[in-house]
Design a protein around this ligand. Structure first.
Ligand SMILES: *[C@@H]1O[C@H](CO)[C@@H](O)[C@H](O)[C@H]1NC(C)=O
Ligand SMILES: *[C@@H]1O[C@H](CO)[C@@H](O)[C@H](O)[C@H]1NC(C)=O
Ligand SMILES: *[C@@H]1O[C@H](CO)[C@@H](O)[C@H](O)[C@H]1NC(C)=O
Ligand SMILES: *[C@@H]1O[C@H](CO)[C@@H](O)[C@H](O)[C@H]1NC(C)=O
Ligand SMILES: *[C@@H]1O[C@H](CO)[C@@H](O)[C@H](O)[C@H]1NC(C)=O
Ligand SMILES: *[C@@H]1O[C@H](CO)[C@@H](O)[C@H](O)[C@H]1NC(C)=O
Length: 636
């Protein structure tokens, strides 16, 4: 009896884990004996993968081990002395009473009993063996993680592993006890790639190697259009990928139009209808049935979204993008030959020491944009941060909508000159798209052109206007080279002209910051330096600028007359060439013949034509036909 007690006490210490003090007073009752004996088999529970070995034994007091006999009963009821096994699958194992079962099969599942006997003492114990199929391999689909998301839990397997060793690309491997999942502080694209995972699987000695592909996807728009020739429909789409945000509205607008279309999941008006798999799938699209000419050009899509912030649903900044629909049966690629369509370089008039904006607009979505200063310095604008002092920052709606703008805190005379916008298109690599903006740093009132070439007997215009946008003028006056002062406003017309030939240029207005004099006709006395002066409504000092009026060379006049007054033939060509030669004389930048002709055509109505392009405005909209245009934007 005494030995039995010792054995039981050993068992309690090992398996139940009771404190030693408690164990000393534990009173073993006969009823507990069987229960206790169960625990004598070791291990109590064993998971074995088919083909592996099971190692089972009785937990005995070491001193008594050798003098005992050992009998095994298998789950199928086979009983034999371990020293005389019926076949070589069984083998005595360990110093005491134990068995090694080789090549475990499903039929080996169940309770294995071991009985050790010495004289009248019999100790019995059993182990429960669970046989499971092996896990030869594990494959999982790629795991997609949202870029920038924090505290992301990545579940690497769904197996019941006991530990795993995870190695991410370019970093040390880390051991994860228990279920194999990793929490990322912040997801970035640097963790993309194949992750190698080694798993410890119960019942299996060799570790399981698992490779999981991790992709990090940024929330973004997938945009484009489909021309369905069969049904004669055009589908425009702006679907949001990799997001948890829900769509609240979906809008399309042709950039050259002033109104758009409110596209609702499941709604149509006969011509325009919803396209996509539903707002729930974050699809925003519009079908245009039997498209007309109108469909060609640039469309802007705007997708409203909301998201959970804590326990509240919040509206977040809508997504926007541009979709360029090209004429069918033409190459679908976005044309980059910007300069071939030569748009007139816009001019922005900026008052010294005030903030100014250089703005270009592409009709394609951009990834980035930067600017070249007239002196060659490069500027890449960053978002404006409130309350932080920045010399310059990004302005415009978004790169997605093709806006490429930079605002400088303060203009200095150095900033005067031609700036270049460099724009990186979103959907293609290669050459950047560029555009030019002419920045004129002036006083509050600036001459639109510092030098005016006029023809004796014809009319000409001297045009001054407020810088930094349209600011009302209190009065407007001019001083002739012969020091005759002229004060005028829009009530002075051709009919009641001052000295019968000076009047305020029709269509212009003091209220819009314009001080403009038409001289009709120009006389030899008008040659020389003119002064325009005005009082800006919000200033206390009068502002002024000067304009040099000179007489256009006769060749040029002849050239104009010939281009527009005569028809065809070698004579015209001869004069065209002469005219071009004249214009090229000291104008290096004029390279295209067509442009030379056009610039002359423009001078026909002098600055009436020019005023439309140089007016400082922020509402200039990119035209659908050209692949880009720019506008100027002054800040008051
Ligand atoms: C075993 O038990 C029998 C009778 O129950 C007894 O006669 C014998 O002495 C015992 N042997 C030992 C070694 O205790
Ligand atoms: C993992 O273990 C749990 C309980 O232990 C079980 O319900 C589940 O089926 C197991 N899963 C696998 C894949 O073995
Ligand atoms: C988005 O829609 C799903 C399904 O209707 C909803 O469970 C979820 O809460 C919504 N989330 C937001 C931010 O509205
Ligand atoms: C160009 O002008 C800017 C602004 O005046 C100045 O900060 C910059 O240093 C100049 N760069 C060069 C190369 O002169
Ligand atoms: C006027 O003509 C001169 C040379 O004759 C030329 O340099 C200048 O650019 C011309 N100005 C305009 C506004 O055409
Ligand atoms: C100025 O002259 C051009 C032709 O030389 C003419 O078309 C235009 O109407 C004239 N402008 C005014 C205001 O008379």
């Amino acid at each position: 009896m005494c030995k039995k007690h010792i054995l039981l006490c050993v068992f309690i210490a090992i398996c139940v884990g009771k404190g030693v003090g408690q164990m000393a007073t534990y009173d073993v009752k006969l009823a507990n004996l069987l229960l206790m004996q169960r625990g004598l088999g070791w291990p109590h529970q064993l998971n074995v993968v088919v083909g592996h070995e099971a190692l089972l034994k009785l937990q005995l007091d070491d001193n008594l081990v050798n003098q005992r006999s050992c009998v095994l009963t298998t789950p199928t009821g086979l009983t034999f002395n371990i020293l005389q096994p019926p076949n070589n699958r069984y083998e005595s194992w360990s110093d005491g009473c134990g068995v090694r079962v080789k090549n475990v099969q499903k039929t080996d599942e169940g309770r294995w009993r071991l009985t050790a006997t010495k004289g009248n003492d019999t100790i019995t114990g059993w182990s429960e063996v669970h046989v499971q199929a092996g896990v030869p391999e594990y494959t999982g689909s790629p795991i997609s993680i949202r870029d920038g998301e924090s505290h992301t839990q990545v579940e690497l397997t769904s197996l019941n592993n006991s530990y795993c060793l995870v190695s991410q690309p370019f970093s040390e491997s880390s051991l994860v006890p228990g279920h194999c999942s990793v929490t990322l502080d912040r997801a970035t694209r640097a963790i993309q790639g194949n992750w190698n995972v080694l798993l410890g699987i119960p019942g299996q000695v060799s570790e399981l190697h698992v490779e999981r592909r991790i992709t990090v996807e940024a929330e973004r728009l997938n945009t484009g259009y489909i021309h369905d020739t069969e049904t004669n429909k055009v589908h425009l789409y702006c679907n949001i990928l990799h997001t948890k945000k829900n769509i609240t509205f979906c809008r399309f607008q042709k950039t050259s139009d002033t109104i758009g279309y409110n596209i609702v999941d499941g709604l149509g008006d006969g011509v325009h209808s919803y396209y996509g798999d539903g707002f729930l799938k974050r699809h925003c699209g519009m079908t245009i049935e039997t498209p007309t000419e109108h469909v060609f050009g640039t469309w802007r899509c705007t997708v409203g979204v909301q998201e959970w912030v804590g326990t509240q649903i919040r509206q977040s900044t809508p997504f926007q993008a541009l979709i360029k629909v090209l004429r069918f049966n033409l190459n679908r690629k976005i044309r980059r030959d910007f300069k071939a369509e030569e748009t007139k370089t816009s001019t922005v008039f900026v008052q010294r020491d005030t903030s100014f904006t250089v703005m270009c607009r592409a009709d394609i979505s951009l990834t980035y944009c930067w600017f070249k200063h007239p002196n060659g310095s490069q500027y890449t604008p960053m978002p404006h941060v409130d309350g932080q002092e920045q010399a310059f920052w990004y302005s415009g709606e978004s790169l997605q909508t093709g806006d490429c703008g930079i605002t400088f805190y303060k203009a200095s005379n150095d900033d005067d000159g031609v700036w270049t916008c460099h724009m990186g298109p979103r959907d293609q690599l290669g050459l950047e798209v560029t555009d030019l903006v002419n920045v004129r740093v002036t006083g509050p009132l600036a001459a639109n052109t510092k030098e005016v070439n006029a023809t004796i007997g014809a009319n000409t215009t001297l045009y001054c206007h407020s810088s930094n946008g349209n600011r009302p003028l209190d009065y407007c006056r001019f001083l002739t080279p012969k020091f005759v002062g002229i004060s005028l406003d829009s009530t002075v017309t051709k009919e009641n002209a001052i000295l019968s030939r000076f009047y305020f240029t029709p269509g212009r207005d003091l209220d819009y910051g314009e001080c403009s004099l038409t001289i009709d006709p120009v006389m030899p006395d008008d040659v020389g330096e003119w002064t325009c002066a005005a009082l800006l409504h919000d200033e206390t000092l009068e502002s002024r600028d000067t304009i040099i009026l000179s007489i256009r060379h006769d060749y040029s006049a002849t050239f104009r007359a010939d281009i527009f007054g005569m028809a065809g033939g070698a004579v015209v060509l001869g004069f065209v060439l002469a005219g071009i030669a004249w214009h090229n004389r000291d104008k290096i930048r004029r390279r295209l013949a067509s442009r030379s002709v056009r610039s002359d055509a423009m001078s026909l109505d002098e600055f009436g034509c020019e005023s439309t392009t140089s007016r400082i405005s922020s509402s200039s909209i990119t035209s659908g036909s050209s692949s880009g245009s720019s506008s100027v934007n002054g800040r008051a």
